[in-house]
Design a protein around this ligand. Sequence first.
Ligand SMILES: [Zn+2]
Length: 225
Amino acid sequence: MIARPGAISTKHRSVLIFMNKDKQVLGKYFPEKAVDLVFTQLQSKKVQLRISRKRHTKLGDFRHEHNGKPHRISINHNLSPYSFLIVFVHELAHLYVYEQYGNRVMPHGKEWKMAFRQLMQPYFSLNIFPPDIEHALLQYLQNARAANGTDLNLTRVLNNYDHADLGTVEVEALADNTVFSMPDGRVFKKLSRVRKRYKCICMQTQKIYLFNPLTQVMPVTTDAS
Ligand SMILES: [Zn+2]
């Protein structure tokens, strides 16, 4: 699973389910050049791909087959094609690790990292990624410390593509005392940095929260005049 950085967890359920019969559907979400290989991989591993609603807590997840149900990978629908592909490969690596080791190894341990690296290789060969993403991704692949499967630098680069048209920014980019809103309507004020996180106060409840620096928020413009 790829956890989504953020202080607020909301429980959204997947709403759209695609059995991967239709290759054309994949072209709506994946980079064009990746579609053939993705399709082959889905078929060969008999994976059901779920296009999920946007979840604030995670970008995707993998559930292994059980009780006659196939392997399932779910991915949030609102990602850019690049992020969508990277999340897909991330979850597919979980599937490969599961087939080889069951649940006997760490979710993002060395077995997973090796599988992720190997599965990513053919996509590099297809020249799919823009240079900035490719660079961050290569660094990420070499970085043995990305123990939870996420990486701040890679996330930053991908965010440029994911959120380009939404008008949202990362909490870390806001000046202190900026007021911002979250998708659930709550309004916060950014206070100060605490180690790697940002202390923010909820204007409705006066409660203090610690935000991941890359949480996407919508700055609230106040008319001062
Ligand atoms: Zn994972």
